[in-house]
Design a protein around this ligand. Structure first.
Ligand code: PLP
Length: 456
């Protein structure tokens, strides 16, 4: 660690942190009572805190560290870029080699038709860009009345205002994160909403909720449908196989833009470069971030189809942009990250080798008395914790309490899992080894045992 930043103890950090640092998505009362965790080092799938405790990073930072922590190649690429041109903007007809190279690579690697990118600094900015692009597109098409954007409950598209409004997190809406003309439908969450239906039946029914919403609002008023192919922050909701084919049928031939938010599901998480490839989706707009640079530096963007870009180009100036759109150092980090992912066949390995290896072991956790369902696609999965088997009929009384308990026990055991309601979710670095998968699953099992013991 940098000597100038070193303090004497974790408690020193915690005191100053609680006094001055307003953390994102953090309960400030418990932060004050318990103090923050102070992370100081990362290597591969491992993290170390200030006291030297080692953690297996089951959440890849925050769903972003595809190639793992501490890769020197990225630091070197960023260093080279910083020495040459640390910053210049991309406003007013200016560009730089890294932006050009990255835009071209993204156009080639993303699903067909997405040949343009609008760079942002994050996934939230990408989704606020989506909101404005959608409105701008329909205005240019002479149909300004097409304003309503349909999102889904438990969807997460970020924390800026439009992103939060399009997302379906009630708590965020009530804290200033809502806008008019946004409508939410229920998610394809079989475990919670499927009742007596088979997964296949329920997948179709959940898609029909979209058709019903469009009919109710009027197609002439609907601008776009936005969805994560897999809902990540909402609890790793992997839709039944029937869902996306049915949604595609519903949207076919309709004048409604389709936005696939691939901020989590992109860059190999599902075993394809994009979940849109996995599900055969053809988005008109596709927000990306996180795995684009493996989180080494902040960068995001919106992939824009020819259909939308052609109209926007005809419209003259788009009054939108961020100082750090296509930041040169972030572009250098992203390019170095994509190079590593290609050279080490990271995505292919998720599909053919390490994905199936973890999935088999993760699903076996479904037999644990505390687990109602263990699901996983690629390297992103969830465990639904329940008070009794079989799992779907009964839930814990105070939603979230057992999830939080299990999350904290997991941290204590040296495994970082995230709690969503009473579910545990993981999305480890895509470069995790077989041996590390074995350690992850053993720690998850121990965590479930310890949680069960605590509850009895
Ligand atoms: N979209 C999705 C699907 C996300 O999961 C997230 C963040 O978790 C975002 C957008 C927002 O990205 P950021 O936190 O980079 O603003």
């Amino acid at each position: 660690m940098l000597e100038t930043l070193r303090r004497q103890s974790t408690a020193d950090y915690q005191r100053a942190d609680a006094a001055h640092h307003l953390h994102p998505f953090t309960d400030y009362k418990s932060l004050k009572a318990e103090g923050s965790r102070v992370m100081v080092r990362g290597e591969g799938v491992w993290l170390w805190d200030f006291d030297g405790k080692k953690y297996l990073d089951g959440m890849a930072g925050l769903w972003c560290s595809q190639i793992g922590h501490g890769r020197r190649e990225i630091a070197d690429a960023v260093h080279r870029q910083m020495c040459e041109l640390e910053f210049y903007n991309t406003f007013f007809k200016t560009t730089h080699p890294g932006a050009v190279e990255l835009a071209e690579q993204l156009a080639m690697m993303t699903p067909e038709g997405l040949n343009h990118v609008f760079f942002t600094g994050s996934g939230s900015e990408a989704n606020d860009t989506v909101y404005r692009l959608v409105r701008h597109y329909w205005a240019l098409m002479g149909r300004p009345e097409k304003k309503v954007i349909i999102g889904r409950r438990l969807g997460y598209h970020g924390s800026t205002v439009a992103a939060s409004a399009m997302g379906g997190m009630g708590g965020m809406h009530t804290q200033g994160g809502m806008l008019p003309d946004v409508h939410h439908i229920e998610p394809p969450y079989w475990f919670d909403l499927g009742g007596d239906m088979s997964k296949e039946e329920f997948g179709k029914k959940a898609a029909i909720w979209l058709a019903e919403a469009i009919a109710e609002i009027g197609e002439e008023n609907v601008a776009a449908f936005i969805a994560e192919p897999i809902q990540g922050a909402g609890g790793v909701i992997i839709p039944p196989d029937t869902y996306w084919p049915e949604v595609k049928k519903i949207l076919a031939g309709k004048d409604i833009l389709f936005v696939a938010d691939e901020v989590i599901s992109g860059f190999g998480r599902t075993g394809e470069w994009f979940a849109s490839d996995h599900y055969g989706l053809k988005p008109d707009l596709m927000p990306i971030a996180k795995g684009l640079s493996s989180g080494y530096l902040p960068i995001g963007g919106v992939m824009v189809s020819d259909k939308v870009a052609d109209v926007v180009a005809e419209g003259g100036e788009f009054f939108h942009g961020f100082t750090y759109s296509a930041h040169p150092a972030s572009c250098a980090a992203a390019l170095a990250n994509l190079k590593i992912m290609r050279e080490e066949r990271v995505v292919e390995r998720v599909k053919e080798d390490i994905g199936p290896y973890l999935q088999e072991r993760w699903r076996a956790l479904g037999e644990h008395p505390l687990v109602g369902e263990a699901r996983m696609l690629g390297l992103v999965g969830a465990l639904e914790l329940v008070p009794a088997k079989p799992g779907r009929s009964e839930r814990f009384a105070n939603t979230g309490e057992v999830g939080t308990l299990c999350r904290d026990i997991s941290f204590g055991n040296g495994l970082i899992m995230r709690a969503v309601r009473d579910g545990m979710i993981i999305a480890p670095p895509l470069v995790i080894s077989h041996d590390e998968v074995d350690q992850l699953v053993a720690l998850a099992r121990k965590t479930l045992d310890d949680t069960l013991a605590e509850l009895r």
